[in-house]
Design a protein around this ligand. Structure first.
Ligand code: ADA
Length: 559
C-alpha cells in the first residue's frame, strides 16, 4: 500500500511492493542464498539476519516497455537500483523517497534488483550508530509507473489566509520524457472545480515549473475536530486532446501562526500533548504495515495525544495520510539525531542533511497535519560551526515553505547559541531520570533562562522530549529506576510540570513505544533497547499508560 487514496486515474501505476520478492545477502555466512520476502521488508525481520549489517539485494521481475518511472518511498539506507543487470540509479537516506525514469525500455519482462546497504561509514553522515536502529532493506512501498510523453512530478497546494479569505498557492513540476518539443494543455482542478488551464510548451527532455495563485471561496478549514481535506487534480493533455498524464493529491486549508510566545492553529492557541515516535516494531522493524501504523495512532489517541513528533526523520507517507484524515498534528523533522561537532564536520553531512530537507518538503508539503518542521535534533548547536549549519538549513526551509514554523530540539542546557534562528524554542529534558532535580524546578529554570538570557526570548517554548525508562513487567514497590512504578511516577511529575509551566506550548513525551537501538552505539541500554516507551515494543501497556492517559485527557487541546 502506497497512499490511502488514488493518486492517478490516467497514469498507469502498478505497486511492486505488497508481493513476494527474493532477498539475498551479499556477504557473510549466507551470501548468495535466496530467501522469499514480502516487500516492504527489513532483513532484520528474517530469522538469519537480525544483526546483519552489510549489503543485500532484493529482486523481482516486472512487465513493461517504453518510458517508465520506478518510485521508491524508502530504501534503508543507501540504494543502488539495477534493471536487467545495469545500474539505473542510486539514493542515500532511508527516510526520503526517490524515483528513477527510464526511456525506451523494450516491451517485455525485466529484472529489477535493489541493492540496499545499511553499513556505517563516512559516506553515510546521517546514519550512524545511534539510539535507534539503522535497519537494512526496502522499508517502504515501490511503484512502477508507465509514462507517456511527459509526466507531472508533483502538484503542491499551499493554503494562505488573506483577511477572511484563502488563496491556494499551486506549484507543479512537469517533466518531458519525449524526444520531441511538444505543447500540452495543463489543467488543475480543486475538488472538481476548474482552477487553472493553460498551454505548456516543453522542449524535448526538459522540465518546467508552473506557479499559480487560486482564490478559494467558502472553504472549510482543516482542524482537529473536522479534518477537512481537499483534492487537487492536475492533468496534462497532448495536442490530440488525449490526456497524457495526471496526478491527484490532497491538502487542507489551515493556518499555523506563531505570535509572541504562542502557537495558533486557525486562530486558536494550541496546547500540544504529543508523543515522539520511531518507526519501529519487533516484527517489522522500520517497515511497519499500514494496519500497524494506524494501530499506533489509535493507541496515541486513546492516551489523549493530539500530536506526534516523527523523531528523528521524515516518516512513511501512509502515516501522514492517516494523520491528515484524523486531525492529528505532526512535527516532522529531517534526519539527524545527536550528531556531535565531529560528526557534523563529516564532508557529506551538509549535503546529505540538506538533501533530506529538500526531499522531505517536496514530498510532504501538502500534508495539513504537519504543523512544524524540525531539524537537527540535539546536534552541536552550542558551537560556531553548528550555528552555520543550523542557519543554512533554516534558510533552506524558509525558501521552500513559509507556511509552517520551524524548530529544533536542543539538549544544550543554557549553552545553545542557535535560538535566534527558529520560530519556536524546543528543549529535550530528562529531570528525575538522568538527574535528580525535581521536574517543576528544572522546567522553570530552563524556561526562565530561555526567556531572559537567550535569543529565544519572546518565542514559543516547547518540550520536545521528556520521559523515563521502564522494563515492561518489572514491577517493584521499591520504586527503583527501570521499574514500571518509577516510570509512572516520574512521568506524572514531568507532564504536570510541563503543562503547568506558564508560557509553554506543550509537550512531546519520549517516547511512544520501546525501540531497538543500534548494537554498535556507545551507550549501554538494557536489552539494547530504548525502554522509555509508554507501551513496550509489542505495544503492551506499562503502568505509566493510565497515568499519561489521565493527565493528557485532563488538559484541553487549546489554551
Ligand atoms: C535524546 C534523544 C533521543 C533519545 C533520548 C533518550 O534526547 O533525542 O533520541 O536518545 O535522548 O532516551 O535519552
Amino acid at each position: 500500500m502506497i497512499r490511502t487514496f488514488c493518486t492517478n486515474k490516467i497514469r498507469k501505476t502498478t505497486e511492486l511492493s505488497g508481493s513476494l520478492w527474493k532477498f539475498s545477502p551479499c556477504s557473510g555466512e549466507f551470501a548468495g542464498k535466496d530467501y522469499p520476502v514480502t516487500v516492504p521488508c527489513c532483513w532484520e525481520s528474517l530469522p538469519d539476519f537480525s544483526a546483519y549489517r552489510g549489503v543485500g539485494v532484493f529482486s523481482k521481475e516486472f512487465q513493461a516497455g517504453g518510458a517508465i518511472r520506478l518510485v521508491f518511498k524508502g530504501v534503508s539506507h543507501t540504494a543502488k537500483v539495477c534493471v536487467d543487470g545495469e545500474e539505473v540509479g542510486s539514493h542515500y537516506n532511508a527516510f526520503t523517497p526517490f524515483s528513477i525514469v527510464m526511456k525506451g525500455l523494450k516491451e517485455g519482462c525485466h529484472k529489477l534488483e535493489v541493492y540496499a546497504d545499511n553499513t556505517f561509514s563516512e559516506a553515510s553522515a546521517l546514519h550512524v550508530p545511534n539510539d535507534y536502529m539503522s535497519y537494512g532493506g526496502i522499508s517502504r512501498g515501490v511503484v512502477l509507473e508507465e509514462l507517456k510523453e511527459a509526466y507531472i512530478e508533483y502538484v503542491h497546494a499551499v493554503p494562505v489566509k488573506e483577511g477572511e479569505g484563502w488563496k491556494t498557492q499551486v506549484e507543479l513540476k512537469v517533466v518531458s520524457v519525449s524526444d520531441q518539443d511538444k505543447t500540452y494543455g495543463l489543467a488543475v482542478q480543486i475538488e472538481g472545480q476548474k482552477a487553472v488551464t493553460q498551454e505548456l510548451v516543453l522542449k524535448a527532455g526538459t522540465e518546467a515549473i508552473v506557479k499559480k495563485e487560486i482564490w478559494a471561496e467558502g472553504v472549510e478549514v482543516w482542524e482537529k475536530e473536522n479534518p477537512k481535506l481537499y483534492q487537487i487534480t492536475a492533468a496534462l493533455s497532448a495536442a490530440s486532446g488525449e490526456i497524457a498524464d495526471d496526478l491527484i493529491d490532497r491538502f487542507g486549508y489551515r493556518e499555523v501562526k506563531v505570535q509572541g510566545k504562542d502557537i495558533f492553529l486557525n486562530g486558536k492557541k494550541i496546547r500540544i500533548k504529543g508523543f515522539c515516535r520511531h518507526e519501529d516494531h519487533p516484527m517489522f522493524c522500520c517497515a511497519l504495515p499500514f494496519a500497524a501504523i494506524e494501530q499506533d495512532l489509535q493507541i496515541a489517541m486513546d492516551l489523549g495525544a493530539n500530536a506526534i513528533r516523527t523523531s528523528h526523520y521524515p516518516n512513511d507517507e501512509l502515516f501522514l495520510d492517516l494523520c491528515d484524515e484524523q486531525g492529528i498534528w505532526v512535527w516532522e523533522e529531517n534526519h539527524a539525531r545527536g550528531l556531535s561537532l565531529e560528526q557534523m564536520e563529516n564532508p557529506n553531512f551538509e549535503r546529505q542533511a540538506e538533501d533530506c530537507i529538500r526531499e522531505m518538503i517536496t514530498a510532504h508539503i501538502n500534508h495539513p497535519s504537519i504543523i512544524i518542521w524540525g531539524i537537527l535534533n540535539e546536534c552541536a548547536s552550542e558551537t560556531e560551526y553548528g550555528y552555520e549549519c543550523y542557519k543554512k538549513q533554516y534558510e533552506l526551509i524558509q525558501k521552500m515553505d513559509t507556511s509552517r514554523p520551524k524548530s529544533s530540539a536542543s539538549c544544550k542546557f543554557k549553552t545553545d547559541i542557535c535560538f535566534g534562528l527558529p520560530d519556536i524554542v524546543s528543549y529535550n529534558l530528562y529531570p528525575e531520570w538522568y538527574h535528580d532535580t525535581p521536574a517543576d524546578e528544572y522546567v522553570k529554570d530552563i524556561y526562565d533562562w530561555v526567556q531572559t538570557d537567550s535569543e529565544g526570548s519572546g518565542k514559543p517554548f516547547l518540550i520536545t522530549e521528556i520521559g523515563a525508562g521502564a522494563i515492561y513487567g518489572y514491577r517493584t514497590p521499591s520504586m527503583c529506576k527501570w521499574s514500571e512504578e518509577y516510570q509512572a511516577k516520574a512521568l506524572e511529575s514531568q507532564i504536570t510540570a510541563v503543562l503547568n509551566q506558564d508560557g509553554c506550548s506543550g509537550i512531546f513525551i519520549w517516547q511512544f513505544c520501546d525501540v531497538r537501538i543500534s548494537f554498535e552505539w556507545f551507550s549501554n541500554r538494557p536489552r539494547t533497547m530504548n525502554n522509555k516507551g509508554i507501551v513496550d515494543e509489542y505495544r503492551r501497556r506499562k503502568l505509566s499508560y493510565d497515568v499519561v492517559k489521565k493527565l493528557y485527557h485532563s488538559y484541553s487541546d487549546y489554551q
